[in-house]
Structure formats: C-alpha cells, structure tokens
Design a protein around this ligand. Structure first.
Ligand code: GLN
Length: 389
C-alpha cells in the first residue's frame, strides 16, 4: 500500500544530495553539493552567539526581526539598486529555498504554468511540481548560455503565471544582462506573469561583471519577486536564513505562508545575519576574487583531465563536458570520478528535464583553497586512469 500522498509520486532524493552521501561513504572530496564549507565570518557567528546569550530564544514576527529587514532593505538599495519597504515588502525566510517555496505557494495555483530556463536548479522544478504547477522549459544554449527570445516568447501561453530566473545561474553560471531581464520582464507584463528571481549568488560574479536585479529595472519592479539569502554570501548554508522582497500585496501572502510552514526563521540566527550585514564592503569583492581564483584553478584541472569546462560568469559551479572521457553517460562518469579520483560531482542530468545534460558534470568550487587544490590534483590524475582503459 502506498502511504504517501499522490503529490510525491515520482519524487526521489535529488542527485545533489545522493552524491553527497556517496562521497561521505567513500571519504571523498565533495565538489558535488554546493555546501560551501568555508570558515564562518566571526562577525556573523558572534552576532548569533551574543543573541543566544541575550536570550533571544522566542519566535520572531513571521516576516522576521525588524533590524534584519531594515538591513536587508538598505542592502537592496545600496547593492541591488531598488527600494523595498522593510515593513511591508521584505520577508525573512528559511533559506532562499524556503523563500521560493513560500513565494510559489502564495502566488500559484495547481494547473498554473511556470517557465524555467534549462539547465535549471532542480529544487525550483521540484517545488513547483510538489505544488501541482506545470512547467515549460526554454533552453539556454552553451557555451555562452544565450536566450532565444523567439523560443521564450513561444513558451508563454494563457496558463503562464510566472518565470524563474536564477541569476547568477546555478548550475551554468550565466549572469543575466540588463537587456535580457528587460525583455523577460516585457514578456511577463504582456502575459500577466510574475518573475521569480533567485539571486542567492548575487555577490559571486567574475571578470568585472555586475549583478543586475530585475526589481531594479523600473519597468519590471512590480512583477519581480526577488529571492535571496545569506547562505552563500556568508558561507552559512546550514543556518537557513534567506529572504524575499516583493510588492506589498505579494509579500503579505508570502509572510502568511511563511508563518504556516515554519512560523519564522530561527531568531538568533537572524540576529547573527543582521550583524553580518555590517561587514565592510571590501568583504564582498574579496570573496568574489577568491572564488575567481578557485574557478580558474578548477578549470585548469578539468582541462588537464580531458574534460571541457564551461567557465562560469558567476556563482560557484562549473559544468564540464565529459564526452572526451568516453563514458556512457554523466552518471557513469560521476560514479567513476568518485570511485577512482575520490572527487564527487553532480551528473548534468540533474539540471535537465528530459534526457539533456548526459555529457555534463557539475563541479562546485566553494571550498577552502587547500581541499580544492587536493581535489584538483586528484582530478588531474583521473585522466591517467580513464586513458588506461
Ligand atoms: N544549492 C546547492 C546546490 O546546488 C545546495 C542545494 C541542496 O543541497 N539542496 O548544490
């Protein structure tokens, strides 16, 4: 007898998590899941510790503590270039994943349709499916992940209620340009759709690029639901502190869902992040330049092993084409890399809906330099192993 609800039919553990478990089992270096195990910024850690010591042990408002919402609003104005009223347009959520789920639940009905760019982040698709929302896919074509706007326009239909824009993109690292966001926004406006923009990697952009928020574009502001958080910016992926900014009517609905799902984000950790937002501005640029050095190091190692990396413009993942290694598919390649080189990656199929990505692996380089260097050495040696057969 199936004791699970129909909505879970076909759901299995994500490949991202599966590879982490496999990696732990063989004692490998995990470049699969975007765990981001860098040391926690003392400012952020102390903010939370002080808050616990001060006895901030009870629920916060469902939309989050005032000081954090105010600092998020200030950061949106300073960095993202748009205004959000901290009292009515900012909701602190349990990670950006919780933010996306609450936003989707607050705005979408079963049977509505949402467009995703492919490759996509699997949790966007999974969450939508869980809610009975239908999805359509519009390919981003490598190596530069361009959008075919005719194809995008054709994907909008009478049931389209939204589009997900993940910029910088997980997994392909595309940083959406202003003109692209404007055009996406114009299509949304024509069709009465909302844009769910996942901007969790907003500070991680390379080669002098700038992150552009859709909400900062005047013609798009009232249809943009901006989702972000602090997991990546402060390397605190396990704290689960994210946020959503949206026009007040939508933010109100998101707050209500937030309350029903989990009442509020963990209060002392909200205080920690609020303290973290006082960090000096240079922190962000240094983080991005460290990641850029790591990106380049990993790209080199992948090339040396016979893979073809697609060097990302932002975020901290790299897709690499493994055709040259001669495996039957991505899963086989990922399993061999883990078994032989003791390095975990994620099969590209996790980011495509139907059959795509089977020659791709995704590598995460959110690691300290030392373990990443070690992983790179092991990846270089992998070539020898694969050429041997
Ligand atoms: N965002 C991270 C990734 O893409 C981690 C997500 C997760 O574990 N669900 O790997």
């Amino acid at each position: 007898m199936n004791r699970l609800a129909d909505r879970l039919e076909g759901f299995v553990q994500s490949d991202i998590r599966r590879m982490s478990r496999e990696c732990e089992r063989v004692g490998g270096i995990n470049l699969g899941q975007g765990i981001c195990d860098l040391p926690t910024l003392p400012l952020v850690a102390n903010g939370a510790i002080d808050s616990i010591r001060a006895g901030h042990a009870v629920y916060s408002k469902f939309e989050g503590i005032e000081s954090l919402r105010e600092k998020i609003a200030a950061k949106c104005e300073r960095f993202n270039g748009y205004r959000a009223d901290p009292a009515s347009e900012v909701v602190v959520t349990v990670g950006s994943t919780g933010g996306f789920a609450a936003a989707a639940m607050a705005t979408l009905n079963p049977g509505d349709e949402v467009i995703l760019f492919e490759p996509f982040y699997g949790y966007h698709l999974g969450t939508l499916r869980l809610l009975g929302v239908s999805t359509r896919f519009v390919p981003l074509r490598g190596p530069s992940w361009e959008i075919d706007f005719d194809e995008l326009a054709a994907a909008f239909g009478p049931r389209t209620k939204g589009i997900v824009v993940c910029t910088p993109s997980n997994p392909c690292g595309k940083v959406f340009r202003r003109e692209e966001l404007e055009k996406i926004g114009a299509l949304c406006r024509t069709h009465g759709a909302l844009a769910y923009t996942d901007e969790i990697y907003e500070y991680i952009v390379y080669d002098g690029r700038h992150h552009v928020s859709m909400a900062s574009i005047e013609s798009c502001h009232d249809l943009a639901i901006t989702i972000s958080g602090f997991s990546k910016t402060f390397s605190i992926t396990g704290w689960r502190i994210g946020y959503v900014t949206a026009p007040a009517d939508i933010a109100k609905g998101i707050g209500l869902v937030n309350d029903l799902l989990y009442v509020c984000a963990p209060t002392p950790l909200q205080y920690g992040v609020a303290r973290g937002l006082e960090v000096e501005e240079s922190y962000y640029a240094e983080m991005a330049s460290d990641y850029q050095a790591k990106r380049d190091m990993l790209a080199e190692a992948l090339r040396a092993s016979g893979m073809q990396p697609c060097v990302p413009e932002g975020a901290y993942y790299m897709l690499a084409d493994v055709t040259g290694l001669g495996f039957g598919g991505a899963r086989e390649a990922a399993d061999a890399l883990l078994a032989e080189a003791k390095v975990a990656s994620v099969p590209g199929t996790a980011f495509y809906a139907s059959g795509g990505g089977d020659q791709l692996l995704r590598f995460c380089f959110a690691k300290d330099f030392e373990p990443l260097e070690q992983a790179c050495r092991q990846i270089r040696q992998f070539r020898a192993a694969s050429v041997r057969t």
